[in-house]
Design a protein around this ligand. Structure first.
Ligand code: RTP
Ligand code: MG
Length: 149
């Protein structure tokens, strides 16, 4: 099934010049970028985004980290992309994430783990709507051969 998911390059990876590296992985995989923006998340938006973790010991640090600098928010589209992108991202703790995954290849600590990805169709819908208006999401076909001639 063709799905959309919300992926967000976190402030640590923006600072470390990893936007291009990460976007390239999803492009090479064959997924389609349908929305993107560099933005700074407000505290209320951060709390809404991570509402499921409210009250947990790491919640306050998570909110201050995610609001500490620009993030690169994106919507990607593709077959089974929600599960597939979570696999490409790897486990929450980069030290447990397999080599070859984004967190496994580029991260060291859980509190600075490079990228966020929606974990279900419900979270994908919710998160896409939190960050993007309908007008900001593109609906387009790709035809590489056309643009090469
Ligand atoms: P994310 O939502 O950011 O994509 O990460 P995730 O699904 O892999 O992990 P999740 O359980 O949703 O946790 C959200 C973020 O909270 C931080 N965290 N710290 N035990 C801890 O110290 C702990 N557990 C989670 C991580 O930064 C994680 O990405
Ligand atoms: Mg999560």
């Amino acid at each position: 099934m063709v799905e959309k998911t919300f992926l967000m390059i976190k402030p640590d990876a923006v600072q470390r010049n990893l936007i291009g590296e990460i976007v390239t992985r999803f492009e090479r995989k064959g997924f389609k970028l349908v929305a993107a923006k560099l933005m700074t998340i407000s505290e209320p938006l951060a709390k809404q985004h991570y509402a499921e973790h409210e009250g947990k010991p790491f919640f306050n640090n998570l909110v201050s980290f995610i609001t500490s600098g620009p993030v690169f928010a994106m919507v990607w589209q593709g077959e089974n992309i929600i599960e597939s992108s979570r696999k490409m991202i790897g486990k929450t703790n980069p030290q447990e994430a397999e080599a070859g995954t984004i967190r496994g290849d580029h991260g060291i600590v859980t509190h600075r783990n490079i990228i966020h990805g929606s974990d279900s169709t419900e979270s994908a819908d919710r998160e896409i709507n939190l960050y993007f208006s309908k007008e900001e999401i593109q609906n387009y076909e790709k035809n590489v051969d056309y643009w090469l001639s």
